[in-house]
Design a protein around this ligand. Structure first.
Ligand SMILES: [Zn+2]
Length: 132
Protein backbone atom coordinates (compact mmCIF):
# COMPACT_ATOMS: atom_id res chain seq x y z
CA UNK A 1 0.00 0.00 0.00
CA UNK A 2 1.12 3.51 -0.73
CA UNK A 3 0.56 6.45 1.59
CA UNK A 4 -0.06 8.71 -1.38
CA UNK A 5 -3.53 9.06 -2.82
CA UNK A 6 -4.10 8.11 -6.45
CA UNK A 7 -4.71 11.78 -7.13
CA UNK A 8 -1.36 12.79 -5.62
CA UNK A 9 0.40 10.08 -7.60
CA UNK A 10 -1.26 11.29 -10.80
CA UNK A 11 -0.20 14.85 -10.07
CA UNK A 12 3.35 13.69 -9.39
CA UNK A 13 3.45 11.61 -12.59
CA UNK A 14 2.24 14.60 -14.57
CA UNK A 15 4.92 16.75 -13.02
CA UNK A 16 7.62 14.19 -13.80
CA UNK A 17 6.39 13.91 -17.37
CA UNK A 18 6.35 17.71 -17.81
CA UNK A 19 9.90 17.95 -16.43
CA UNK A 20 11.02 15.14 -18.70
CA UNK A 21 9.64 16.93 -21.75
CA UNK A 22 11.22 20.22 -20.67
CA UNK A 23 14.60 18.50 -20.37
CA UNK A 24 14.23 16.86 -23.77
CA UNK A 25 13.32 20.25 -25.18
CA UNK A 26 16.48 21.74 -23.63
CA UNK A 27 18.54 18.96 -25.16
CA UNK A 28 16.83 19.49 -28.49
CA UNK A 29 17.70 23.19 -28.42
CA UNK A 30 21.36 22.34 -27.94
CA UNK A 31 21.21 19.80 -30.66
CA UNK A 32 21.97 19.51 -34.30
CA UNK A 33 19.06 19.79 -36.71
CA UNK A 34 19.73 16.47 -38.44
CA UNK A 35 19.31 14.47 -35.23
CA UNK A 36 16.19 16.28 -34.12
CA UNK A 37 13.90 13.60 -35.50
CA UNK A 38 15.13 11.08 -32.97
CA UNK A 39 14.45 13.46 -30.07
CA UNK A 40 11.01 14.37 -31.40
CA UNK A 41 10.25 10.66 -31.46
CA UNK A 42 11.43 10.32 -27.87
CA UNK A 43 9.20 13.18 -26.80
CA UNK A 44 6.16 11.47 -28.30
CA UNK A 45 6.70 8.29 -26.33
CA UNK A 46 4.89 7.58 -23.13
CA UNK A 47 7.22 7.19 -20.18
CA UNK A 48 7.71 3.68 -18.93
CA UNK A 49 6.10 1.99 -21.96
CA UNK A 50 8.25 -1.08 -21.60
CA UNK A 51 9.79 -2.46 -18.45
CA UNK A 52 13.43 -1.48 -18.76
CA UNK A 53 13.04 1.40 -21.14
CA UNK A 54 15.06 4.41 -20.07
CA UNK A 55 14.62 7.89 -21.49
CA UNK A 56 17.98 8.89 -20.00
CA UNK A 57 19.82 6.06 -21.78
CA UNK A 58 18.21 7.00 -25.07
CA UNK A 59 19.43 10.57 -24.68
CA UNK A 60 22.86 9.39 -23.51
CA UNK A 61 23.10 7.24 -26.65
CA UNK A 62 22.73 10.35 -28.77
CA UNK A 63 26.19 11.39 -27.56
CA UNK A 64 25.42 14.99 -26.81
CA UNK A 65 28.27 16.25 -24.70
CA UNK A 66 26.32 19.32 -23.66
CA UNK A 67 23.56 17.26 -22.08
CA UNK A 68 25.26 15.84 -18.98
CA UNK A 69 23.10 17.77 -16.54
CA UNK A 70 19.91 16.88 -18.40
CA UNK A 71 20.87 13.21 -18.62
CA UNK A 72 21.55 13.16 -14.90
CA UNK A 73 18.14 14.61 -14.16
CA UNK A 74 16.44 12.34 -16.71
CA UNK A 75 17.93 9.36 -14.86
CA UNK A 76 16.38 10.63 -11.64
CA UNK A 77 13.06 10.96 -13.45
CA UNK A 78 13.33 7.47 -14.98
CA UNK A 79 14.00 6.09 -11.51
CA UNK A 80 11.03 7.99 -10.07
CA UNK A 81 8.73 6.58 -12.78
CA UNK A 82 10.01 3.08 -12.03
CA UNK A 83 9.19 3.63 -8.34
CA UNK A 84 5.69 4.88 -9.23
CA UNK A 85 5.13 1.70 -11.26
CA UNK A 86 6.46 -0.60 -8.58
CA UNK A 87 4.40 1.17 -5.90
CA UNK A 88 7.54 1.79 -3.91
CA UNK A 89 7.23 5.46 -4.64
CA UNK A 90 7.58 7.89 -1.75
CA UNK A 91 9.58 5.68 0.61
CA UNK A 92 12.79 7.07 2.06
CA UNK A 93 15.82 5.09 0.79
CA UNK A 94 17.61 5.61 4.10
CA UNK A 95 15.02 4.92 6.79
CA UNK A 96 12.09 3.46 4.82
CA UNK A 97 9.62 5.99 6.20
CA UNK A 98 6.96 7.62 4.07
CA UNK A 99 8.22 10.79 2.45
CA UNK A 100 5.84 13.69 3.13
CA UNK A 101 3.33 14.03 0.24
CA UNK A 102 3.86 17.81 0.12
CA UNK A 103 7.60 17.23 -0.33
CA UNK A 104 6.99 14.75 -3.16
CA UNK A 105 4.61 17.14 -4.88
CA UNK A 106 7.30 19.83 -4.74
CA UNK A 107 10.21 17.48 -5.54
CA UNK A 108 8.88 14.36 -7.29
CA UNK A 109 12.38 12.89 -7.62
CA UNK A 110 13.11 13.11 -3.87
CA UNK A 111 14.37 9.79 -2.48
CA UNK A 112 14.75 10.77 1.17
CA UNK A 113 12.47 12.10 3.86
CA UNK A 114 13.27 15.57 5.13
CA UNK A 115 15.16 14.33 8.20
CA UNK A 116 17.39 11.96 6.22
CA UNK A 117 17.90 14.52 3.46
CA UNK A 118 19.17 17.06 5.97
CA UNK A 119 21.47 14.50 7.56
CA UNK A 120 22.69 13.42 4.11
CA UNK A 121 23.47 17.02 3.18
CA UNK A 122 25.32 17.60 6.47
CA UNK A 123 27.42 14.50 5.91
CA UNK A 124 28.07 15.49 2.34
CA UNK A 125 29.09 19.01 3.38
CA UNK A 126 31.55 17.55 5.91
CA UNK A 127 33.05 15.20 3.33
CA UNK A 128 33.47 18.08 0.93
CA UNK A 129 35.49 20.04 3.51
CA UNK A 130 37.46 17.43 5.48
CA UNK A 131 39.87 19.97 6.97
CA UNK A 132 37.18 21.90 8.84
ZN1 LIG B 1 14.32 8.91 6.06
Amino acid sequence: MNHLSRKDLEKISEKLRARQLALLEEVRNEFDQRENQHLIELMRREPGDSGDYSMADEVADLNITMADRQIHELRDIDAAFARVKSEGFGLCVDCGANIEPARLLAYPTAVRCLVCQERHERLFAQEARPTL
